[in-house]
Design a protein around this ligand. Structure first.
Ligand SMILES: Cc1cc2nc3c(=O)[nH]c(=O)nc-3n(C[C@H](O)[C@H](O)[C@H](O)COP(=O)(O)OP(=O)(O)OC[C@H]3O[C@@H](n4cnc5c(N)ncnc54)[C@H](O)[C@@H]3O)c2cc1C
Length: 477
């Protein structure tokens, strides 16, 4: 439904609800809200709205629903698919949740916390720790991404192999629906089989069904022992073999298992100050793996050492370094977490956030790498990621000495090849980053038709006027 009021009337309505200072229109002030993290999209907006309470969000959505104004929810604006960026019309509003950043309660006995959508993830991790509990969601962007964005993208990150995706940590949600009604479902129950699980529809919906204003999260016992190693594996199949060995021998204490190619080590050591080569030699593939336990006296170091020795004897590894202290552990993680930044510093890249059954990874990487090497001379493959979850960031970076426009020109062909191969292997074209604006066409191409029909029916039922994040995930009707 097109907007039925003038800009002047709309702005007066927003100011009536929020007051003057929470309705931002100054061009310079709103500029950062209008560009996505990867700078793929630059939109325009009638205003950036900064509500401070669920009541304000409710009134804003009721107003926008009645007047046909598109609403783009925004958290930390770290998303990779342009989901939090308004379109170019200048007729949408950005709804920034940053002022709703209160931890409402922590129930240590119930291992749960209730927090508002605008809480920065790292602050929530600290709040849980202060209550002697652990919030396992952890991403490279945790210093700026927000809970609402994490849940709306169903973020993954570094601990999924042990604790699951963002959705697996949600016990309850508070959501403002498109028409302003509030779904108050902030229960903290682990068991609740009372009909359809409506709240789960908002997890991964990327703001297209409603605005998440708060969540009740599941917490875990705090890890008190950690063992971390940087390991050179023979190939991707050896990495999968090592993962299985560690899972079997450690009693499932594997909390992270990240694949890192030599080229990513080269990029980080070149572009990120303080990052150094973790092993003496250079190897095509490495793994950063970590075991954790809530028992302080769990002998994780010896467990990891003995598994690595077995793997070495079995011909899976060439070299390994066990972190001897927290400083070394932090150095290993700094290398891993700065890969995206190093890639950006190197030049433009084409990103594929894909998931495959773990056992299919070696054959996929072999086939896809060979195709890239044969067909894309002006770029290099930087394939890394959360292999413990079958998730690879299969990225193609423009070579430093070539014109980046060559990569742009061949982007469609490369994307088609990679995604077709992913589909042939029974994988997903979006493992953890979502669809946003970037992959609307790809979703249409690869999603089963019946699933797409159901998605459209859900959208129509939750948001009949199409005001919630129009054009994201699904094409606007
Ligand atoms: C360095 C770096 C590392 C990263 N590593 C990972 C990683 O390991 N795993 C991973 O999954 N992602 C990763 N990301 C991507 C990104 O950080 C995640 O997608 C994150 O969950 C987005 O949170 P945000 O608050 O920034 O959301 P935004 O970018 O602001 O928004 C993302 C989407 O959610 C919607 N949204 C935001 N808030 C709400 C709300 N309250 N209600 C309804 N909809 C809302 C927006 O409309 C948009 O569609 C990384 C990004 C960077 C820059």
């Amino acid at each position: 439904m097109p907007a039925t009021v003038t800009d002047k009337v709309a702005l007066a309505g927003f100011r009536r609800i929020l007051g003057e200072s929470a309705v931002l229109t100054d061009r310079e002030t709103i500029a950062p809200y209008l560009v996505d993290q990867r700078r793929l999209y630059e939109g325009a907006a009638l205003a950036v709205l900064r509500p401070a309470s669920v009541e304000e969000v409710s009134q804003l959505l009721a107003f926008c629903n009645g007047t046909g104004i598109g609403v783009v929810p925004q958290g930390g604006n770290t998303g990779y698919c342009g989901g939090a960026t308004p379109d170019e019309s200048g007729r949408q509003v950005v709804l920034s949740l940053g002022r709703m950043a209160r931890v409402r309660s922590i129930d240590a006995a119930n291992y749960s916390m209730v927090a508002e959508a605008g809480c920065i993830l790292a602050n929530l991790q600290r709040a849980a720790q202060a209550a002697d509990r652990y919030l396992p969601l952890s991403l490279g962007s945790e210093g700026s991404c927000q809970l609402g964005g994490n849940l709306s993208t169903n973020a993954g990150g570094l601990n999924v192999v042990r604790y699951g995706m963002a959705r697996d940590l949600v016990l309850g949600l508070e959501v403002v629906l498109a028409d302003g009604r509030v779904l108050a479902s902030l229960g903290a129950l682990r068991k609740d089989n009372t009909g359809y699980d409506v709240k789960s529809l908002f997890l991964g919906a990327e703001g297209t069904l409603g605005v998440i204003t708060a969540a009740s999260l599941r917490l875990m016992p705090r890890p008190r022992a950690t063992a971390t190693a940087f390991v050179a594996v023979r190939n991707v199949a050896a990495a999968v073999g090592l993962l299985n060995l560690l899972r079997e021998t450690s009693g499932d204490r594997v909390s992270s298992f990240e694949l890192i190619p030599q080229i990513a080590i080269d990029l980080t050591t070149r572009h990120i100050p303080g990052v150094s080569q973790p092993l003496a030699g250079e190897y095509p593939w490495c793994v950063l793996c970590e075991l954790t336990s809530s028992r302080a006296d769990d002998p994780l170091d010896s467990m990891l050492e003995s598994a690595l020795r077995d793997a070495m004897d079995g011909g899976l590894l060439d070299d390994a370094a066990l972190a001897q202290n927290e400083r070394q552990r932090a150095a290993f993680w700094r290398l891993r977490e700065s890969i995206p930044e190093a890639q950006r510093a190197e030049g433009p890249s084409l990103k594929h956030d894909i998931a495959l059954p773990i056992g299919a990874l070696p054959r996929f990487v072999e086939e896809a790498s060979a195709w890239i090497a044969a067909h894309v001379q002006h770029a290099v493959l930087v394939a890394y990621g959360h292999v413990g979850d079958g998730n690879l960031h299969f990225n193609v970076n423009a070579r430093r000495d070539t014109d980046p426009l060559k990569l742009v020109a061949s982007a469609d062909e490369i994307r088609r090849y990679v995604h077709d191969l992913v589909a042939a292997f029974g994988g997903s074209i979006s493992a953890e980053h979502g669809i946003g604006r970037l992959k609307v066409d790809e979703l249409e191409r690869y999603a089963p038709p019946v699933e797409l029909e159901l998605m459209r029916a859900i959208k129509q039922s939750f948001d009949p006027n199409g005001i919630m994040n129009p054009g994201k995930v699904l094409r606007s009707a």
